[in-house]
Design a protein around this ligand. Structure first.
Ligand SMILES: Nc1nc2c(ncn2[C@@H]2O[C@H](COP(=O)(O)OP(=O)(O)O)[C@@H](O)[C@H]2O)c(=O)[nH]1
Ligand SMILES: [Mg+2]
Length: 264
């Protein structure tokens, strides 16, 4: 393989669907003939569904930190975030042992651990290389109201501001929305005016007035860009996600399949 692998970091609020999406997208890549390496960067990950190829829990485990230092879950998460940065070299070596067209990084459950800690920047820089994107997952449970939608846009903009990497905003769990709800969310992403109207329509209390102001700030900073509807459960939107990553990282060129594509 001549090029560095494409690196995709999945970010988003707790429960947005990051882990499930990583698994589904890795499966999609593999069944289309591409090599995917799944890297778990969440030291608190429970369960085996992700089946990562490289797992931070080999070096840093939340439960161990809680026992060893008598920390609660939040304290342990913060300690873990900094300890992960000390293991970057080991993680990078383990990643290099796998051949990959795509590196998929699952990040800690709570977005602030990824977005706000200095250590994350070092981790993303060291592991992501020169061909990295961050995908920010919108949880429909939060995105359904106009003020929730604006809040997620701000979070996504914060992640972009911190990492200065290309962003792909993804609507997760689109199967959980009615067609009407889905249509409304996509219209908000495409037409800022409609989102503005929806925010104003709900603006009767002071905090909604605040969200109107915040919305204006977003509008001033730049275009919202698209929101890509996906469902990891129903395996929809994954090809579109791949196309968007290729558009950003390879000018839209397809990858050469590494192996025979398998039927889905
Ligand atoms: N309906 C539906 N539920 C999903 C989908 N993806 C994830 N979930 C559920 O959302 C919850 C949180 O998912 P998870 O991947 O653990 O989120 P994370 O905290 O962001 O890693 C779990 O109960 C998943 O089963 C999806 O595409 N559709
Ligand atoms: Mg997760």
């Amino acid at each position: 393989m001549s090029e560095e692998p494409a690196a995709v970091f999945l970010a988003g609020t707790a429960g947005a669907g990051k882990t499930t999406f990583v698994r589904a997208f890795a499966d999609w890549l593999r069944s289309n003939g591409y090599d995917a390496t799944v890297v778990n960067l969440d030291p608190g990950l429970e369960g085996d569904e992700l089946a990562p190829d490289v797992d931070i829990r080999e070096w840093v485990r939340l439960a161990d930190l809680q026992d060893e230092y008598g920390l609660g879950p939040n304290g342990a998460q913060i300690a873990a975030a900094d300890m992960i940065a000390l293991k970057i070299f080991e993680v990078k070596q383990a990643i290099a042992e796998n051949s990959a067209d795509y590196l998929l990084f699952d990040t800690p459950g709570q977005v602030e651990l990824f977005a706000f800690r200095e250590a994350s920047r070092a981790i993303v820089e060291a592991l992501g290389g020169d061909r990295a994107v961050i995908s920010f997952l919108f949880d429909p449970a939060l995105a359904r109201t106009a003020s929730g939608f604006v809040s997620l846009l701000l979070l996504s903009a914060t992640v972009e501001f911190r990492f200065r990497l290309p962003m792909v905003n993804v609507l997760a769990k689109s199967d959980a929305l009615t067609p009407e709800q889905l249509g409304e969310l996509l219209a908000w992403a495409e037409e800022p005016g409609r989102l503005g109207d929806a925010v104003e329509a709900g603006a009767r209390t002071p905090d909604l007035q605040l969200s109107t102001e915040l919305f204006r700030a977003i509008e001033t900073v730049g275009p919202i860009g698209g929101l890509l509807p996906t469902s990891a459960k129903e395996r929809t939107g994954l090809e579109e996600f791949y196309r968007e990553c290729q558009r950003i990282l390879a000018g839209g060129e397809d990858l050469e399949p590494s192996h025979e594509a398998a039927p889905n």
